[in-house]
Design a protein around this ligand. Structure first.
Ligand code: FES
Ligand code: FES
Length: 166
């Protein structure tokens, strides 16, 4: 039987996996969230509901914000994926403008939802750098914050909207 191999490009690094149920292989039912967190150690994006309802597990795949808990890794062959760990400058550690804006605006409390919110915001601003407040609210409608930080989140994303780079 042919072993199915897949390649993921995560934060610019290439990873090869084989699909199957043997030790070390990725089972066909494994989600991207599980692969990122448990195999690659990228625990920035969180898994809460596990059913696509909260947005905490959001990452960017091929330019689109996706819920990684609802995405099977086997379906990601050849895809380029960006996680919250990939936003800061890898050499200097300088935070991305969005990350810095969240700090400047105190746009989080416990921070559990924040990586997902930032990745959704980045996907929006990459496509529409001049997003309006209404467009920001609409894009973030699937990201839930139990600490009720939404007001500051919209301020932070609005700060970056219109400036160069997210
Ligand atoms: S954990 Fe993926 S949407 Fe809630
Ligand atoms: S800051 Fe706590 S869940 Fe959003």
């Amino acid at each position: 039987m042919k072993i199915q191999e897949i390649t993921l490009y995560v934060n610019g690094i290439q990873y090869e996996f084989s699909i199957g149920n043997k030790f070390g292989q990725i089972p066909p039912g494994e989600t991207l969230s599980q692969t990122l967190r448990n195999r690659l150690g990228l625990t920035g994006s969180k898994e809460a509901c596990g059913e696509g309802a909260c947005g905490c597990c959001t990452v960017i795949m091929e330019g689109d914000a996706i819920t990684s808990c609802m995405t099977l890794t086997v379906d990601c062959d050849g895809k380029h994926i960006l996680t919250i760990e990939g936003l800061a400058d890898p050499e200097t550690g300088e935070l991305s403008p969005l990350q810095q804006a969240f700090i400047d605006r105190y746009a989080f409390q416990c921070g559990f939802c924040t990586p997902g919110i930032i990745m959704t915001s980045k996907a929006l601003l990459d496509k529409n750098p001049h997003s309006t407040e209404e467009e920001i609210k609409e894009a973030l409608s699937g990201n839930f914050c139990r600490c009720i930080s939404q007001y500051h989140v919209v301020q932070a994303v609005s700060d970056v909207a219109g400036k160069a780079g997210a």
